[in-house]
Write a protein of this length. Structure first.
Ligand code: PMP
Length: 303
């Protein structure tokens, strides 16, 4: 990733990609307290556009607020940095990574005396989970538990939260699955390592509440679609066996988009392929992000 052409927005300036470096004593590298976002830009008929940029920037600022980190840039500046990162790298579509992190002024755990840096990188990144949008992926319930709300606050998209995701994902991959399903401390379904989860039962959608899951922007998008399409959505405590006997199950996420799940813990979901409700929502999602749905055009920020 480090050795490539292009530029990265770092603390207000565009820096050549290979020169966008930090010191080994960077505080966030040691203790994991930082916040980040994963954002996508899609090719539309009017050129590249970033999907739900304002919501991503708002979540980044809220993540920082939750962790008590003071990002020295406002939403307008961060939005402009994201648009510039796509534009200046001449990307037609992109994955964007804004991240705020502490500097290397000190090594103790106190962070009030440290500088907060902000970076935004953008590069081309295709499908995250396989890329066959019709076939369901295979997942397993993780032996690792998702964060407890009072030890790691789940509303924050914080760097350190992700080692739990990585443990779960690497276990799933090692066992031959595509992704992990994490349960909360009480044994209820929380989310994937980097995705929210929905299931379909008798035409209605169900999804875990946000006690131990990230407040996903794709999740919100799907819920808005359902509202507009007259599909009922319920947030509830979801159990493993709710999923085992569901008609359809799918993941949502900026990187994962809308990914059908065909098998959980060795049990087939439907016939293992994308179900009809998932197909409607997935295709509406792809039309929306590509600017083909006028109704949702306000979610796209032209580059
Ligand atoms: N949960 C986790 C743990 C994630 O990392 C992500 C990806 N940001 C999501 C859910 C989905 O969130 P979003 O739809 O905002 O990308």
């Amino acid at each position: 990733m480090a050795d490539r052409d292009g530029v990265i927005w770092l603390d207000g300036e565009m820096v050549p990609w290979r020169d966008a470096k930090v010191h080994v004593l960077t505080h966030t590298l040691h203790y994991g307290l930082g916040v980040f976002e994963g954002v996508r830009a899609y090719e539309t008929a009017n050129g590249p556009a970033i999907f739900r940029l304002e919501e991503h920037t708002a979540r980044l600022l809220n993540s920082a607020k939750i962790l008590g980190m003071k990002i020295p840039y406002d939403a307008e500046t961060i939005n402009a940095a994201c648009l510039a990162a796509v534009k200046e790298n001449k990307l037609e579509s992109a994955y964007l990574r804004p991240m705020a992190f502490y500097g290397s002024e000190g090594m103790g755990l106190r962070a009030d005396n440290l500088q907060v840096h902000l970076m935004v990188a953008a590069w081309t990144w295709g499908a995250y989970l396989g890329g066959d949008y019709a076939k369901g992926i295979r997942i397993r319930t993780s032996s690792f538990t998702r964060h407890h709300v009072n030890s790691a606050m789940c509303r924050a998209k914080a760097n350190g939260h992700y080692f739990n995701s990585m443990l779960a994902l690497s276990e799933a991959l090692r066992d031959g699955y595509d992704e992990a399903l994490l349960l909360d401390v009480d044994g209820y379904v929380a989310e994937g390592s980097g995705e929210n989860i929905f299931y379909v039962q008798d035409g209605a959608l169900y999804t875990p509440d946000l006690r131990s899951a990230l407040d996903g922007i794709t999740r919100k998008t799907i819920m808005q679609f359902c509202d507009d399409l007259g599909i009922e959505v319920f947030e509830k405590r979801v159990t493993r066996d709710d999923l085992y006997i569901a008609d359809e199950v799918f993941f949502t996420g900026t990187a994962a988009e809308v990914t059908p799940i065909g098998e959980i813990d060795g049990r087939a979901i439907g016939d293992g392929m994308r179900g009809p409700v998932t197909e409607v929502l997935q295709s509406l999602y792809f039309r929306t992000v590509k600017g083909q749905e006028d109704k949702y055009a306000h979610w796209l920020a032209a580059v």
